[in-house]
Structure formats: structure tokens, C-alpha cells
Design a protein around this ligand. Structure first.
Ligand SMILES: Cc1cc2nc3c(=O)[nH]c(=O)nc-3n(C[C@H](O)[C@H](O)[C@H](O)COP(=O)(O)OP(=O)(O)OC[C@H]3O[C@@H](n4cnc5c(N)ncnc54)[C@H](O)[C@@H]3O)c2cc1C
Length: 283
């Protein structure tokens, strides 16, 4: 794939005979790595603008130059934690999607556009203190939790961290599964987050189509109590439990109803409560 239009900055050319290629767009970042997980999912890393500060769990607008020469941008959760030198993203490949039909072909050295204005509700600030936190994800909704699972504050704030991830097929769980596995085996992560802290993670993957050890929608498994029985814990309780939800609109609506049934109230940055929700995509 071609990189964005490149140019030689005037100041550099005046002082140095070697032309230095610079991004033509101020918000261009360079791709440093790409990994394809399935024919519908990939993750990639890009350079991080020095000035970009964000809270783990937030999202930014990223994209490419469209055919009309204008930026074609979409919302993306930052999958890397706030302390990381680079930024990581976990993406769908929509075959006829305006952005991802092209974005899926990026390679190291290519450039993407990244607007450095992070926002979002899946942040610790939007929740009241609690004992146990639930991260409920479907599909690429795992991305903000990939950030929060690598965020030290998650382990400072909670004694137990339950991450549920529901996908159609087993291969679609792999990005999340490998990430959690690497947290527990990577020396740098163990040193940063603490071995006993990493033992707080309870991973609960489910599939809805392909056979796997735990089948079914998490919404149904919550409603019939299977999750609590499997994990050997009491049901969700507003005195102790906090939750973050990231999935399709339908998933989020269903889960909101379930969480409110347990007595949790929806929070926001300006009004922290017991649970927060963000769409993993629109449509
Ligand atoms: C707050 C927020 C955060 C987001 N974070 C991510 C992220 O971390 N990773 C990511 O891949 N996408 C994320 N998205 C979706 C993303 O903004 C784009 O929709 C996606 O990249 C596809 O872009 P597109 O132009 O190819 O197709 P679009 O025209 O944007 O989408 C076409 C159709 O594809 C489907 N679709 C789009 N995105 C997804 C998805 N992620 N999973 C399943 N189906 C989808 C929908 O049915 C949509 O109508 C996020 C969206 C929002 C609102």
C-alpha cells in the first residue's frame, strides 16, 4: 500500500543535502507493526504523537486519506495502555467498508492519520470505587479492555477483574486470549502490574457459533446465573460490583437492562456511578 503524500520540509532541505521524507499531514503517524488474526480481524501499532495524553479506555479518530484527498476518519478505541510509547489498535475488516477495506492492507512504514483528541466513557474516572470490576466485550469491543487490562490503576482500584469476551468463532477470541496470557508471562508486565495483581484477572470467553468450552451469549449466561456459578461468585451487587460494557448497540442495550436489573446505575465522566457503556461500532 502507498503511504500518504510525502514532502521534504524546507528547513531540512536548506541545512542537509539528504532529503528527509516527512508526513504531509500534521496528524500522520507511522505504522510500526501489523498482525492479522482472522480474515475479519487485525491489530496494528503506530507511533504515538509526543503530545498525546489519554486515559486508558478512551478512543480517538483515525483513518487514511480518502480517494477525494480528504481524511476518511473513524472512531477507534486505543487498545494500548496510557503508559505505552506506541499506540495499538484492534480492527475489524469490513470488506466494503470505506475505511477498513483499505486500512486492512497497511504495512509497517505506511502512515495513518490520527487526530490526537481522545474521548470516551470507559474510564476509571466514570465509576465509583468498588471491589470487583466486570469488562463485558463482544468482537472488537475487546479493544478498550486491552488497554485497561494493562493499566496499573485497574489493579489498584479493584480486588477482582472479570473480563468476558463473546465472539462467533474461537479464532475471534485469540487476540484477547493471547493478550491475557502474555500479561501473566511477560516479565515486564509482571514487574509493572505485580504478579499477585495479575491473579485478580478472571477470563470468561464464550462463543455463539463455533463449539468451545463455554457456548452462548453472555447476556443469557448472566440472566440464568451460569456465569456466577461457573466463577463461583455471588451475583452482581451495586455495593461491590462495577462494570464497563463495549459491544454492538443491541448488546449494549441488553446488558444495560441486565445491569440495571441488578441495581447498577449508568455513570459518566462528570457523574461517576456503577457502570459505563460505549458502542464498539455504529450500525
Ligand atoms: C466509540 C467507537 C469506538 C470504536 N472502536 C473501534 C475499534 O477499536 N475497532 C474497530 O474495528 N472498530 C471500532 N469502531 C468502529 C469504527 O469506527 C468503524 O466503523 C470501522 O472501522 C469500520 O469502518 P469502515 O469505514 O470500514 O465501515 P463503516 O461504514 O464504518 O461500517 C460499515 C458497517 O460495518 C459494521 N462494523 C463497523 N465496525 C465494526 C466492528 N468494529 N465490528 C463489527 N462490525 C462493524 C457495521 O455494521 C457498520 O454499519 C468504533 C466505533 C465507535 C463509535
Amino acid at each position: 500500500m502507498k503511504t500518504m503524500t510525502e514532502m521534504t520540509p524546507v528547513t531540512q532541505a536548506a541545512t542537509d543535502a539528504t532529503p528527509v521524507k516527512m508526513p504531509a499531514l500534521p496528524d500522520a503517524q507511522t505504522v510500526t507493526g501489523v498482525k492479522h488474526w482472522t480474515d475479519r480481524l487485525f491489530s496494528f501499532r503506530v507511533t504515538r504523537p509526543q503530545t498525546l495524553r489519554f486515559r486508558s479506555g478512551e478512543f480517538v479518530m483515525i483513518g487514511l486519506l480518502g480517494d477525494n484527498g480528504k481524511p476518511l476518519l473513524r472512531a477507534y478505541s486505543i487498545a494500548s495502555p496510557a503508559w505505552d510509547d506506541e499506540l495499538e489498535f484492534y480492527s475489524i475488516k469490513v470488506q466494503d467498508g470505506p475505511l477498513t477495506s483499505k486500512l486492512q492492507h497497511i504495512e509497517p512504514g505506511d502512515q495513518i492519520i490520527l487526530r490526537p483528541k481522545p474521548v470516551g466513557t470507559l474510564v476509571h474516572d466514570a465509576l465509583l470505587p468498588g471491589h470487583r470490576i466486570w469488562f463485558f466485550a463482544t468482537g472488537t469491543g475487546f479493544a478498550p479492555f486491552a488497554s485497561l487490562l494493562r493499566e496499573p490503576q485497574t489493579y489498584e482500584d479493584y480486588d477482582e477483574i472479570i473480563i468476558t469476551h463473546t465472539c462467533r468463532d474461537v479464532a475471534e477470541l485469540e487476540y484477547g486470549r493471547q493478550l491475557i496470557e502474555s500479561l501473566k508471562s511477560d516479565e515486564m508486565m509482571i514487574e509493572l502490574l505485580g504478579r499477585e495483581n495479575l491473579d485478580k484477572i478472571r477470563y470468561y470467553p464464550t462463543t455463539t457459533r463455533e463449539q468451545s468450552p463455554r457456548m452462548g451469549r453472555i447476556t443469557n449466561l448472566l440472566k440464568d446465573g451460569t456465569v456466577f456459578a461457573d466463577l463461583g461468585i455471588d451475583p452482581i451487587n451495586p455495593a461491590t460490583d462495577r462494570a464497563m460494557v463495549c459491544g454492538s448497540l443491541g448488546f449494549n442495550v441488553d446488558l444495560k437492562e441486565i445491569l440495571e436489573g441488578f441495581g447498577l446505575r449508568e455513570g459518566a465522566n462528570s457523574d461517576p456511578k456503577e457502570y459505563v457503556v460505549e458502542k464498539a461500532f455504529v450500525g
